[in-house]
Design a protein around this ligand. Structure first.
Ligand code: UDX
Length: 430
């Protein structure tokens, strides 16, 4: 079977490479010629461990190719994975422009049956719109099926999540379409959840919203733990051992970021509003996340007696380690607040770069964490990069003006840092 993967962003590129590794003939399609050129040269346009090796292997074996030519790619394939972006609009609703574009291209160029599989995260009911857009663009009628197959991979562990998924969700209306999607994933050894397309679309939102709520729950408890002088990490361990709760996603910190949780919660809240329902728990989870960084910032402000004229080092820009993604990263909210309070801000990240608006601000981007901490009145840890845990902390302390450490990821051992002479403040943890 020849498979076309439309959209070569994070999910599309990973999906294309994983399918090629499973033995399928894959074409990656993207209108961005620069991106296609980069991929054809064997480079991944973003950072994700292991992807580049896989890309080079499959380019060499000619089991994957990339193109900007939609009409040719659609004519030559049997199945199409839609992996295009679904960015948020200002009101929180989902921008469906790219989904519509590719659906219409499929309608225009498919000259026979096609299995269309929607992987992009899309609002409930989108599969029916995709079918309508395909149909309305067809010059003459051709049969097709539209299935929903949401993606659950995480940045930083995209390959492991794809080759050993917890489950594969397939939403399709006919048994033939279900079997065809199943066949594509025949080499995976995991449960398959087969359901309707609407349910599959909802499972994706429900899953991300639940995980985000779990984080906001522990983050809200962390605020109380701080006042009660209780270590929230011990609370997480104490409750997480109950399998009904589970130990994962209970790490308190300055909040979740990334391209999925904030966007998907906003998208689900918008769907709720459109349907006259109120998801109060989710609204609160989003609000806790939006304000979580302030909790640490306020403590630092009190400790330093304000930020005016103070030098503050921010270590970690990425929304989580092992990625260069800064979308919705809480570090950026923190930096903007520090700048608005006239702090002299110095930042470092092993791979992530400042967004253009912040790069224009009067702050210093440093090549090493040591350089960022030089002469600082405080260091904020915003991403739990492994390298930060193993820095020469005594050396950093002696290079700082005042040894204040604000750990936004509870990644350091408080007792060790205090023994070293740091004033240490974590989140729900001293
Ligand atoms: C998430 C979902 O996990 C994945 O299934 C979906 O397909 C896409 O969205 P991702 O955004 O890549 O994946 O990262 P994830 O590891 O889930 O972390 C999201 C955010 O939550 C990060 O900012 C992380 O730092 C934060 N987080 C995670 C916490 O603050 N505490 C935790 O305990 C776990």
């Amino acid at each position: 079977m020849n498979i076309l993967v439309a959209g070569t962003g994070y999910v599309g590129t990973t999906t294309a490479l994983v399918l090629a590794d499973m033995g399928w003939n894959v074409t990656g399609l993207d209108p961005d010629a620069e991106k296609i050129r980069t991929l054809l040269q064997g480079s991944i346009p973003f950072y994700e461990d292991g992807l580049e090796e896989l890309l080079r292997k499959h380019l060499q074996q000619a089991s994957i190719r990339f193109t900007t030519d939609a009409s040719e790619a659609i004519r030559q394939c049997d199945a199409i994975f839609i992996c295009v972006g679904t960015p948020p609009l200002p009101d929180g609703s989902v921008d469906m422009r790219y989904i519509r574009q590719i659906s219409e291209e499929i309608g225009r160029h498919a000259d026979g049956y096609r299995l269309v599989i929607v992987k992009s995260t899309v609002p409930v009911g989108t599969h029916a719109k995709v079918a309508e857009w395909i149909r309305s663009a067809q010059p003459s009628p051709h049969p097709f099926d539209v299935a929903s197959n949401p993606e659950f991979l995480r940045e930083g562990s995209a390959l492991a999540d794809s080759f050993q998924p917890d489950r594969v969700v397939i939403g399709a209306d006919g048994e033939e379409a279900v079997q065809a999607v199943r066949k594509l994933y025949a080499s995976l050894n995991c449960p398959f959840v087969v359901t309707t397309p609407r349910t599959a679309e909802m499972i994706k939102y429900a899953s991300n919203a639940f995980l985000a709520t779990k984080i906001s729950y522990i983050n809200e408890l962390a605020r109380l733990c701080d006042s009660l002088d209780i270590d929230v990490n011990e609370i997480a361990r104490g409750i997480g051992l109950d399998p009904r709760i589970g130990a994962l996603f209970l790490r308190a910190g300055i909040g979740y970021g990334g391209s999925c949780f904030p966007k998907d919660i906003a998208g689900l809240l918008q769907t709720a509003r459109e349907n006259g329902a109120r998801l109060g728990l989710l609204e609160e989870a989003a609000e806790i996340n939006r304000t979580q960084y302030l909790h640490l910032l306020n403590k630092a402000r009190v400790r330093l007696g304000g930020f005016q004229g103070k030098t503050v080092a921010v270590l970690g820009l990425a929304f989580k380690p092992d990625t260069d993604d800064i979308r919705e990263a809480p570090s950026l909210r923190l930096i903007r607040s520090l700048l608005s309070e006239n702090a002299d801000v110095r930042v470092h990240d092993p791979i992530a770069k400042l967004p253009p608006d912040l790069a224009r601000q009067p702050l210093t981007s440093c090549g090493t964490p040591e350089e960022a901490a030089q002469g600082a009145d405080a260091v904020f840890l915003c991403t739990e990069w492994k390298a930060y845990r193993h820095l020469d902390w005594p050396g950093i302390k002696s290079a700082m003006k005042q040894a204040n450490l604000f750990d936004g990821r509870n990644m350091m051992n408080a007792d060790h840092m205090k023994a070293m002479g740091f004033y240490y403040q974590g989140i729900g943890y001293r």
